[in-house]
Each structure stands twice: as C-alpha cells, then as structure tokens.
Write a protein that binds this ligand. Structure first.
Ligand code: ZN
Length: 335
C-alpha cells in the first residue's frame, strides 16, 4: 500500500468535546448511566475523526477520547494492578498512580474495540492506534510484586505483545507505542529498549515509537537497536534545534512540526521551513509529519487549527517534491 509523500498524522490524543466532559461528569455523579456514556463516547470519536479528516490529515486516530489517562487506562484493564488515591504530579494535576500487587494477567483485548470503531468511521485507508509502552507503564506505577522494575517491564511487554497480536489479527496496520518516560532513567535504557523489542516481537504491523520531551542524545544510540520502523519525535517545542540528532537515521521519522504546549497557531510557512531544514538530515521519503505530541490539553478549535496549518504546510512542500517525481511512499512495516 502507498501513502502520499509526507503522510500527515497525529500523535494520538485530541481534546474531548465540551459536551462529552459534561456527560462524563454526569456519569460520575450518577445522573447518566453507562449506556448514555457509551453513546456519547462513540459520538465524540466520530466528531474528532471528522475534525482531523476535514482539515486533511491522512492518518487519523480516535483522539484517545475513551482514555482519561495513558497509564491508568491500561492498568485498569490488565490483571494485577490496583489503584490507591491520586498522587500529585506536575503542578496541580493529579494522577491515579497504579500499583502492581500480583502477577500480571492479560484479561481481554484492551484497545481492539477502539480500533474497530475507528476503522469503521474513518474514510482513510490507514488509521493509527496508540498503546502505552512497557517502560512508561513500569515507570509510572508502584512495583509491589516483582523482584525488579526490569522484571515488571518484561511481563508488561508480554501483555502488550498479546494485545498487538490481537490488533494485527483484526487488520490493524499501524500502531504507535508511546514511551514518554523512556530516557528519564538513563541507567535503565538497556533493558527498557529490550522490553520494547519484546513487546513488538513477531509483529508485522507498522510500529512507530513516540518519545517526547526527552533527551534524544540518550535515545540516539538505540535507533538501530529498537525493532520499530519509525520514531515520532517532538521538534517544534525545541525550535527545530537539535535536528542533527536524526542525521543518519535509517528508519522513518515522525516529525513534530506544531507545538502542543503553546496556544499560538503556527503559520504554514513555519512548517515549510522546518521540513526544508529537516531534509538536510533525513530524506523526504522517510518523513511523516505530526504535531509534537497529543493535542488533548489544547482547546479543540486550536487543536484543529494547528492540524490544518500542518496539512497546509505539507501541501506546499509536496508541490515542490512532485517536481522531482516524489509523490508517494510505501507503508513500511516493522524492520
Ligand atoms: Zn508525547
């Protein structure tokens, strides 16, 4: 299967519509039942897929609309986790940090239904499903059962591998493993990378790895070791500095071109300039274009506007590339 050159995509999360937040509140206070919540979630996914497709995104996600938080969602659905009260993380944000209290158990498919619903409601040939990676799940949980964090990460990798196989069985083509914690304890990198490889072992779908707001110099030595075909990295937030870090990358780069930490809507020209700068380091045939990270903390209108700017910028660059005969790339699967 081929995609247009510089396929545009999202990292995953998208702002929940305001009305959905009201329904969620109402569900928590008992005003609405699970059926009302389910219908609202379904409708919200359809709405945010539409947002992405309207502005021309090639590979949409379901906006992770059904997930409150990227670790909690998986921990709630894998046997062996328990939740204590919320712990405070960055500023005034609270996070229900899970604890592993027993041997992990794969209970049932976690995101297969999310994929099938997205597949049904997207007009695009390829969609993206995101999964939180074994290292981040380990790092953001309390370990009260396993001998070591390493042992926990490898058992989580086993759970994720089972889930990836189920996604592959139902026809999913592209999964992104999210590892925002990956380089935060450099002394654990060796086994963290091996845990990710264990998670994707024997999987033939396209696998991307998203790592954001990390020290990419710590990640760089593992570009070739990691058995993934793409690295989705954040560059707009760092003003497109440090691009040398991807020089010589022999895999695809998902290039972050809009800053999700700023409400300023960029101009398409900024995207064009960033891409042209990148092409000194990575060939256009190996570049996907995405925002730096998930969009969920932005107002919905700004999130959509940023996606539109991203697509408009890419369209300008595509015109130039088509003069050199570059119009399409193959959907590469895992290396
Ligand atoms: Zn991110």
């Amino acid at each position: 299967m081929n995609l247009p050159i510089l396929p545009t995509t999202v990292i995953g999360s998208y702002p929940r519509p305001k009305w959905l937040r009201e329904v969620i509140k109402g569900f928590r206070t008992g005003r609405y039942d699970a059926e009302v919540l389910k219908e609202a979630m379904d409708d919200a996914v359809i709405a945010v897929v539409r947002d992405q497709e309207e502005v021309g995104v090639d590979i949409p996600s379901d906006g992770e609309i059904r997930r409150d938080e990227m670790v909690e969602y998986f921990a709630e659905r894998i046997g062996g986790f328990k939740f204590y009260g919320p712990v405070r993380v960055w500023g005034n944000n609270y996070f229900r940090k899970p604890a592993v209290i027993a041997k992990l158990q794969y209970l049932k498919p976690i995101v297969v239904d999310e994929y099938l619903f997205l597949r049904k409601h997207s007009s695009r040939p390829v969609v993206k499903v995101t999964i939180t990676g074994p290292y981040t799940l380990t790092d953001w949980s309390f370990n009260e059962y396993y001998e070591s964090r390493e042992e926990l990460a490898f058992d989580l990798a086993r759970m994720i591998n089972t889930e990836l196989k189920k996604l592959e069985e139902v026809g999913c083509l592209y999964v992104q493993v999210d590892e925002p914690a990956l380089t935060t304890h450099p002394n654990e990198m060796e086994w963290a990378v091996q845990a990710i490889n264990k998670a994707v072992e024997g999987i033939n779908m396209k696998i991307g790895l998203h790592v954001c707001y990390n020290n990419y110099n710590i990640l760089k030595p593992y570009f070739d070791v990691l058995r993934v075909s793409q690295f989705a990295l954040e560059f707009a937030n760092r003003g497109f500095r440090d691009l040398e870090v991807v020089k010589g990358l022999t895999k695809e780069l998902g290039f972050g071109v809009v800053d999700v930490h700023s409400r300023r809507v960029e101009e398409p020209e900024e995207v064009v300039r960033a891409l042209n700068k990148l092409f000194s380091y990575v060939e256009p045939e190996y570049v996907y274009v995405n925002p730096d990270c998930g969009l969920k903390l932005l107002p919905r209108g700004i999130a959509k506007a940023k996606l539109e700017v991203m697509v408009r910028g890419v369209e300008i660059v595509r015109k130039e590339l088509s003069k050199k005969g570059l119009t399409e790339i193959p959907l590469r699967t895992k290396v």
